[in-house]
Ligand binder design. Structure first.
Ligand SMILES: *Cc1c(COP(=O)(O)O)cnc(C)c1O
Length: 359
């Protein structure tokens, strides 16, 4: 499709395609890494309390109370915190504010597929760096002039975790580049790099409340880094939208950081379930990558991943399959609650049996 009123850039864009959000209520939805457990009741109460005449007023453009809550949680200062409408928006500001340089941006060949989309939107030159055969990231492979480095940790869609020592090596060998770590899944088994921001002025850590805090529908993400990196994001944001976070989102997000117990319990439950699903998949003959996230990346040596995803869908279970070199044999399966996980394993067992597989 094209139209003569479009700006030239629009003709060239290849937008990101998010995982399907089906309208059918009975589907078991294991395709977009949402949390199977609802948010804290304190979050719902805080949002309800905000439903008042106050909605006629604009929210705080600087979102100071939320920045303070995040700063308190991570023992940093509010000047080291940026907040946005989901981490996808925060990332968009990062690409525009920190990565538009003459040298190419570097990121892994297999990672969050939104990164090349932002490069297209902001005309950023980029180069992908292949992950190792086992899908781990080798920091030594990034030794080339660059205008910044970004990757997800744990990586998506693989779930693989880069140790903080390796990140430190990267930070110290690229002191002229902004190094951005997208920690969308860090709470499910990794250690956040936020503790390193005081020592590395080139480090920016991006996180979201969508996964570990069960608030994908509220749209809140944030970044932590040196105040001057944060200032770049503030400048871009204040040239775009003064109020990316509405009053309800601000109130809910603050409450989410206040309720540590709910957060820690849901993360522990998801982690335990992940290991149960992992064991179940292996019993069915799948090879499963180690995961520090709320999803598993698995392939079966004898069956086509696209075909398996289709067969699961016939049984009302949806998982994610990427038709992309190197990973087209894999399925990305979000960890659900125990009944969903059991249904997934039972369905896969039936599908494999009907195709002649036996343990
Ligand atoms: C889910 C996800 C995001 C986006 O999260 P939102 O805050 O919901 O926009 C960013 N990065 C990665 C790697 C993700 O998986």
């Amino acid at each position: 499709m094209s139209n003569r009123y479009w700006s030239p850039l629009v003709h060239r864009l290849t937008p990101y395609v998010p995982g399907e959000q089906p309208k059918l209520p009975h589907l078991i939805k294991l395709n977009t890494n949402e949390n199977p457990y609802g948010p804290s009741l304190k979050v719902l109460e805080a949002i309800q309390a905000e439903l008042s005449d106050a909605l006629r007023l604009y929210p705080d453009p600087n979102v100071e109370r939320l920045k303070q809550a995040i700063a308190d949680y991570y023992r940093i200062t509010p000047a080291q915190v940026f907040v946005g409408n989901g981490s996808d928006e925060v990332l968009a500001f990062v690409f525009q504010g920190l990565f538009q340089h003459p040298a190419p941006l570097l990121f892994p060949d297999i990672t969050y597929s939104f990164y090349p989309v932002y490069c297209g939107l902001y005309s950023i030159d980029y180069q992908t760096v292949p992950l190792a055969e086992d899908f781990t990231l080798r920091v030594a492979d990034y030794q080339q002039p660059n205008g910044g480095i970004i990757f997800a940790n744990p990586n998506a869609p693989t779930g693989c975790l880069l140790p903080l020592d390796d990140l430190e090596w990267l930070l110290s060998h690229h002191s002229d580049s902004a190094v951005v770590v997208d920690e969308a899944y860090i709470d499910f088994g990794g250690e956040t790099a936020i503790a390193l921001v005081d020592r590395y002025p080139n480090l920016l850590v991006v996180q979201t409340l969508s996964k570990s805090r069960s608030l994908a529908g509220l749209r809140v993400g944030f970044a932590v880094g040196h105040p001057e990196l944060i200032e770049a994001l503030e400048r871009v944001k204040n040239s775009f939208n003064s109020y990316p976070l509405d009053r309800l989102a601000i109130a809910g997000a603050i409450a989410a950081f206040d309720d540590r117990d709910h957060f820690e319990q849901t993360c522990q439950t998801v982690i335990a379930s992940r290991e149960t699903v992992r064991a179940g998949l292996r019993e069915l003959g799948f090879k499963v990558l180690p995961s520090a996230a709320n999803f598993l990346f698995a392939h079966h040596p004898r069956y086509d991943a696209g075909e398996l995803a289709g067969a699961l869908r016939q049984k009302s279970i949806i998982v994610r399959h990427f038709r992309q070199p190197r990973i087209e044999h894999f399925l990305r399966i979000t960890v659900g609650h125990p009944e969903q996980n059991a249904a997934l394993l039972a369905a896969l067992s039936e599908i494999l049996e009907s195709r002649g597989w036996s343990a």
